[in-house]
Structures are given as structure tokens and as C-alpha cells.
Design a protein around this ligand. Structure first.
Ligand SMILES: [Zn+2]
Length: 150
């Protein structure tokens, strides 16, 4: 081997995301969008963006995020957060198939208070949550997952 020649390294190829070829499906059964598809770069940087809503009460402020996969509002600490901020959080997902479990999500803080949106979505019952945790799907849960995210 000639030491003056640069050492060759194999070309790295990064698979490109194409919705038609995407093995990740959204809850509606359609191919996942870019925000739902895990990217090969840093998991945190490529985490999806969701909307978050603040709830201020006598003990402080909570940050609520609707999780399409768990069909539930996940609650995070909201101290020192204001509308317009972008925050990263690790997911509290119990749904076995939630892509948020590996990398969390980014939360864009909405100016709309949580009390204005919390009643607009139907959450999974405790039994449905246990089924999701076990990786089981039912038509009712599929319908819950079809609700548009706020
Ligand atoms: Zn979740």
C-alpha cells in the first residue's frame, strides 16, 4: 500500500425518507410524515414538534402536550416557560408503538391556555391505556388516534 495516497473510506449513505416507502405508519394508517419519521441524525435534534399548552394554578405551571400515540395529555413541568418558547422533553409515553419514546419531542408553547383545548379531545380510558402499554390496538383506540392534534 502506498502511504502517500489518501486512505479510502467507504461512502456513507443515509437513507432518504420517502413517504411511499416509509415503514412507519401514522395512526391513520398513512405513511408517516417527516416529523413522525425517525431521522438518522441526533434523536433529540430530529424529534418531532408538537404544540404545548400551559396551565397555571396555585402550585405553579404545568405544560400539557397531546400525545396522538397514547391518546392522552402528557404533563411536564412548565416553570419559567412562556408562549412562543420551544422546549424539548423526554416523552412519558406508555403506548408501545410511540416513536416519541426514543428521542422525545419538541414542544412549541402556544398562547392558548390548556383549559381552552383540554376538552376538545377524548382521552383513552384506563383500560385502553393498559392495552396500548401492552401493544394492543382496538378500533376505538384507532378512532381516538385519529383525532386531530391541537
Ligand atoms: Zn405518549
Amino acid at each position: 500500500m502506498n502511504p502517500s495516497l489518501p486512505r479510502q473510506t467507504p461512502e456513507l449513505t443515509v437513507p432518504q425518507h420517502t413517504p411511499d416507502a416509509c415503514p412507519v405508519k401514522s395512526p391513520s394508517g398513512a405513511a408517516a410524515t417527516d416529523t413522525e419519521h425517525p431521522q438518522p441524525t441526533s434523536r433529540k435534534n430530529s424529534a418531532p414538534h408538537l404544540s404545548g399548552f400551559l396551565n397555571t394554578h396555585h402550585r405553579g405551571t404545568d405544560l400539557h402536550v397531546w400525545c396522538t400515540w397514547c391518546c392522552h395529555w402528557h404533563t411536564h413541568g412548565g416553570k419559567d416557560i412562556q408562549a412562543g418558547h420551544l422546549e424539548h422533553r423526554l416523552a412519558h409515553c406508555y403506548a408501545k408503538d410511540s416513536p416519541y419514546r426514543s428521542g422525545g419531542y419538541w414542544i412549541k408553547i402556544s398562547a392558548t391556555p390548556w383549559r381552552a383545548v383540554r376538552g376538545t379531545l377524548r382521552s383513552a380510558t384506563a383500560a385502553q391505556q393498559r392495552a396500548l402499554w401492552r401493544g394492543r390496538m382496538s378500533p376505538a383506540v384507532k378512532a381516538l388516534r385519529g383525532q386531530p392534534a391541537p
